[in-house]
Design a protein around this ligand. Structure first.
Ligand code: FES
Length: 139
């Protein structure tokens, strides 16, 4: 009789004839049966996510909230009170899928030296659905 061989592929493995899943695979397979409808692609940032990251975009949540939910540790020194610039991001694609900039956000962004037309405070830009975002973390 042949003995089952131990194999491992991408976190899943067969050991002694029993199939094992890595915890995140189990979670993804049984609780998240489908991919997120929309995503935020975070371009590589040397300190925060050197390889870049793709996280689910959640309708009604700010960019900062979406990133923190996936452990992308973007700065948010004022605790998302629209009074610092540590959450400054460039929204490279999908700017039409987040909330409009308000006057208080505009006032804070005026204090940054690298402000661009596509600058947003990640804590104030709320995802509204219908498309994907690509961002670069600046703060
Ligand atoms: S966290 Fe301070 S303005 Fe966004």
């Amino acid at each position: 009789m042949t003995q089952p061989r131990d194999i491992a592929v991408s976190g899943a493995s067969v050991q002694n004839g029993l199939f094992h899943l890595a915890p995140e695979q189990f979670w993804n397979m049984f609780f998240f049966k489908k991919k997120p409808a929309h995503t935020i692609t975070v371009l590589p940032h040397p300190a925060i996510c050197p390889q870049g990251e793709i996280v689910p975009a959640i309708v009604g949540k700010s960019i900062v909230e979406c990133l923190l939910a996936e452990e992308v540790e973007i700065g948010h020194s004022c605790q998302m009170q629209c009074s610092c610039t540590t959450c400054h991001v460039y929204v490279m694609e999908g700017g039409q899928f987040v909330s409009q900039q308000r006057d208080d956000e505009d006032r804070v962004l005026k204090t940054t030296q690298d402000r661009q037309r596509w600058s947003r405070l990640g804590c104030q830009a709320v995802f509204e659905g219908n498309g994907n975002l690509v961002i670069e973390i600046r703060g």
